[in-house]
Design a protein around this ligand. Structure first.
Ligand code: HEC
Length: 107
């Protein structure tokens, strides 16, 4: 009986840890961002490489952009296409946005 209880508690702890550490790459795909942003080639949107270059060392600014609190710096002329996507990112938690920003900057 004691063993079963321990296993149950451990299982819960592991599940909670998994939910806390947001996976930036998985979020980027599940939120539909990958439809317009490829790793290294520009498609509808600029490549992740280009975004990473523009925001190098500025993860905070990138999170601000995703919250709709900062102006675009990569390709402002095409911001009209990106703007509606901010409705998705604005609804995400700070942890999720941070994880996604880290994923983008890793390119
Ligand atoms: C319908 C196509 C499309 C989708 C979907 C899309 N984007 Fe974009 N994105 C663009 C375009 C076009 C630009 C270039 C305009 C600009 O720089 O704001 C852009 C620019 C960006 C930039 C650079 C911002 C800057 O400073 O210029 C970031 C960061 C970004 N997208 C993140 C995301 C994330 C995260 C998602 C998913 C929630 C996403 N995009 C979904 C088309 C898209």
């Amino acid at each position: 009986m004691k063993k079963i209880m321990t296993a149950a508690v451990l299982g819960l702890a592991i599940t909670a840890a998994g939910a806390m550490a947001a996976d930036g790459g998985a979020l980027f795909k599940s939120k539909g961002c990958a439809a317009c942003h490829q790793a290294s080639v520009d498609t509808v949107g600029p490549s992740l490489k280009k975004i990473a270059q523009a925001y190098k060392g500025k993860e905070g600014d990138l999170v601000k952009f995703l919250k709709g609190e900062a102006k675009p710096i990569v390709d402002p002329a095409k911001f009209g296409i990106m703007k509606p996507q901010l409705n998705t990112t604005k609804a995400m938690s700070d942890d999720e946005l941070k994880a996604m920003a880290e994923f983008m900057l890793s390119h």
